[in-house]
Design a protein around this ligand. Structure first.
Ligand code: GPP
Ligand code: MG
Length: 297
């Protein structure tokens, strides 16, 4: 018994082993290793900025009326959705700053890597992205190599709760729609460890609305769809307060998030089936899309 335990422990500590710490995290990694939704790949292919978040701002509805040629109409809808996703990435990146090329930033739950590239292009900073999916880390690394920025933008197949990155070295860090996969106390403890004093933490996240009550049917459906566990809004502030993160700016992005879903719902070539659920969840007030900016004190 003792011998078997010792062998198991040694194996788990070997490099290149899965960074998942639980069966749940392994299932999450499985999801992202297998994920190839056209709504992510076709949008990303436009300019090699691959995002795993939604979009913000008013949509150009005229793309739906383009009846010149079905392929052209599809391409215009795809490009418009990508523009809205890019707008969200830019909004988040704006709140990270000011930053300089001497600064280093941390992208928690980096997906296929788009957010780190956006931050690097904006500030010239170094970026470290972490994902629990080996496939995503490899894909993102390849993108950075193709752009010739792999010396500045690095992706790691690691756990965002236990990154192994150095303490106090980061000027800014963020989660763009990845907080719902982890315990917030553990997540914010890791951000607080990585950020220097005065560093900036930013998240854009879907959360359930405490004033509605517990998680609605729609929130539960979204959880089941992505194998995630959406937190209540209150939990963000409680966990931040306990981990040296003091909010400086909070913005309800729910209204700005709706056009993306209304357009995506009509993109027959890209829908995944979760579109109506998001629209209902936002409209019935049970779910909110939030930006939180915090200082590491
Ligand atoms: C976006 O990823 C979705 C998530 C990271 C999980 C859930 C997010 C919430 C706000 C609840 P994606 O771009 O891979 O999703 P999709 O394939 O639906 O576009
Ligand atoms: Mg997507």
């Amino acid at each position: 018994m003792t011998i078997i335990d010792a062998v198991t422990t040694t194996t788990a500590q070997l490099p290149n082993q899965s960074p998942a710490q639980s069966t749940y995290q392994t299932r999450v990694a499985d999801y992202w290793n297998a994920e190839e939704n056209p709504v992510n790949l076709e949008l990303g292919r436009i300019d090699d900025l691959y995002h795993h978040h939604y979009g913000l701002g008013d949509a150009d509805w005229s793309v739906l009326d383009d009846d010149s040629d079905p392929a052209r109409r599809r391409d215009r809808i795809t490009a418009e959705l990508h523009r809205l996703e890019q707008a969200q990435a830019e909004l988040l990146a704006r709140h990270l700053g000011p930053l300089s090329p001497a600064d280093r930033v941390f992208d928690a739950g980096c997906g296929r890597g788009g957010g780190s590239v956006v931050a690097h292009l904006r500030y010239g900073c170094q970026a470290d992205g972490v994902t629990i999916s080996a496939k995503q880390a490899e894909f993102a690394g390849e993108q950075a190599r193709k752009r010739g920025i792999d010396d500045r933008v690095r992706y790691h197949h690691r756990n965002m709760l236990d990154t192994g990155l150095p303490s106090g070295q980061f000027a800014a860090s963020w989660n763009n729609e990845s907080t719902m996969y982890v315990e917030l106390e553990l997540l914010f403890a890791e951000h607080a460890r990585l950020l220097r004093r005065g560093g900036r933490y930013v998240t854009i996240t879907g959360c359930y609305n405490d004033t509605y009550g517990r998680a609605s049917r729609e929130v539960s459906l979204i959880n089941a769809h992505y194998i995630c566990d959406i937190h209540p809004r209150s939990e963000y502030f409680r966990a931040m307060a306990r981990n040296r993160l003091v909010p400086t700016h909070v913005e309800d992005l729910t209204a700005a998030a709706l056009p993306y879903w209304e357009l995506r719902k009509q993109a027959d070539h890209l829908v995944t089936g979760i579109e109506d659920t998001f629209i209902t969840a936002y409209e019935n007030g049970s779910f909110q899309y939030l930006l939180i900016v915090a200082d590491r004190v």
